[in-house]
Design a protein around this ligand. Structure first.
Ligand SMILES: [Zn+2]
Length: 434
């Protein structure tokens, strides 16, 4: 076959061969002569270094890679040509290439980090987690406002603005840890303002005004799926998994102990959100034996001594802890025992009452903590023609007479004006106690 083929096309083959031989020889001599190879490798490494110093890291990496290839070729084809120099060169350029590659990967891993915001909501809990794939998870949102409101202005205007400023347009998962007003209050307004995909609630029988408002808002929100949060459920948002660790079908008797406990895992890091789970809940979670280890712990029940029991704390072994509570709150949170436990274990602890909002970003391996500042309570003007009227808050259906300390705490767009208290009561609004 071969001979016949050559016979058939002798001239073509000869011409092609004649053309190819000098090219081949030239290329070979250029690429295989040891000095040439060494010089090429050296030149490429130098070009890499220049590019690196100019800040063109990707291009520098490419030059280092090529340089490494030439150096390897030299060692492979000419093992007796100055072996010590070849070996040293390969080691050096490889170290440069690896170092640069790692720093480029590290930089790239921070382009889309996971960001957990522990929002300063005063005495309460409120967290927003933004995942690398752009999903938003909200776990509690502080007080809305309630007739038995503490002497603080409602913080939902702050939480709402915070979410808007963080670029939230939609909430993918909303977790109402348990039916207490310092956790679910603010969720009512968020349900009104944002489309919410899934709402998780422990589903405890509870008849408070805040819980009624929350349930109505969650169940009447048109495209929202209301679900009971139960151990074993998992939710996935890109590379982030949310594992529900508590409660089970059989709810414990205390509202704090029905708290939905969620472990959020992203690559090599985990966050644990425990709501107000106390001793009994922690014991039940431990007995179930699911993984609890977390780098970041949202400390249970505002740092109360009734949570973060030694065995639970040992199972979590956090490096960073966040305690969400109000400045000089009447409960004395965080309790000394909890603070001592965290300090003794060298946990990097942040208390929102002291530092304000805590933002923890992670690339899946390490963390970056930033403190954007304290929450503020805005006051809003009342136009002269409305001065003296009763102001109602549309979302929470609470009204504030002119002598109320919260008279100027309701943003304009959320207001309803009444001539007097009787009119507000007739519209089924409840009077604020402050
Ligand atoms: Zn609470």
């Amino acid at each position: 076959m071969k001979t016949r083929f050559i016979k058939r096309f002798p001239l073509t083959i000869l011409v092609l061969a004649a053309l190819a031989i000098p090219l081949f020889l030239f290329a070979e001599s250029d690429r295989t002569h040891p000095t040439e190879l060494y010089q090429s490798a050296y030149r490429l490494r130098r070009q890499g270094a220049t590019l690196f110093h100019r800040g063109e890291h990707e291009e520098a990496l490419e030059k280092y890679r090529e340089s490494e290839k030439y150096a390897e070729l030299l060692a492979e084809r000419h093992p007796y040509w100055n072996p010590e120099a070849s070996r040293l060169f390969i080691e050096e350029v490889r170290a440069l290439r690896r170092g640069l590659q790692e720093s480029i990967e590290e930089k790239r891993s921070w382009e889309n980090p996971l960001v957990a915001h522990f929002i300063d909501v005063g005495q309460g809990d409120g967290a927003l987690i933004q995942t690398p794939d752009g999903s938003n998870i909200v776990i509690d949102a502080g007080w809305g406002t309630s007739p038995a409101w503490s002497r603080r202005a409602p913080n939902w205007p702050f939480v709402l603005n915070y979410l808007r400023e963080a670029g939230v347009e939609k909430i993918d998962l909303m977790i109402a840890t348990h039916p207490h007003a310092d956790h679910i209050g603010g969720l009512v307004k968020l349900l009104e303002e944002f489309p919410v995909d899934v709402v998780l609630d422990p589903g405890m029988d509870h008849t408070s005004h805040s819980y009624e408002l929350f349930l109505n808002a969650a169940k009447n929100s048109p495209n929202t799926k209301y679900m009971l949060g139960r151990v074993g459920q998992t939710f996935e948002y890109g590379d982030v998994e949310v594992q529900i660790l508590h409660p089970s079908e059989r709810l414990l008797p205390k509202a704090n102990d029905v708290s939905i406990v969620a472990r959020l895992v992203y690559d090599q890091v985990a966050f644990l959100f425990t709501g107000d789970a106390e001793t009994d809940a922690e014991r039940e979670i431990l007995v179930r034996g699911r993984p609890l280890r977390a780098n970041v712990l949202k400390v249970g029940h505002h740092g109360s001594r009734t949570s973060t029991t030694p065995s639970f704390f040992r199972a979590v072994r956090p490096e960073i802890a966040v305690i969400s509570c109000g400045f000089r709150n009447t409960y004395g949170h965080p309790h000394r025992e909890t603070m001592l436990r965290l300090q003794t274990a060298n946990v990097d602890t942040y208390v929102t009452a002291e530092v304000g909002t805590v933002v923890i970003a992670s690339n899946g391996r390490t963390f970056d903590v930033s403190l954007p500042g304290r929450a503020y309570s805005s006051t809003y003007s009342v136009a002269p023609e409305y001065e003296g009227k009763v102001i109602g808050c549309r979302t929470y259906r609470i009204f504030y007479p002119p002598d109320s300390i919260h008279y100027r705490s309701i943003p304009h767009e959320g207001r309803v004006y009444f001539e007097n208290e009787a009119e507000a009561l007739a519209a089924e609004f409840i009077k604020s106690s402050h």
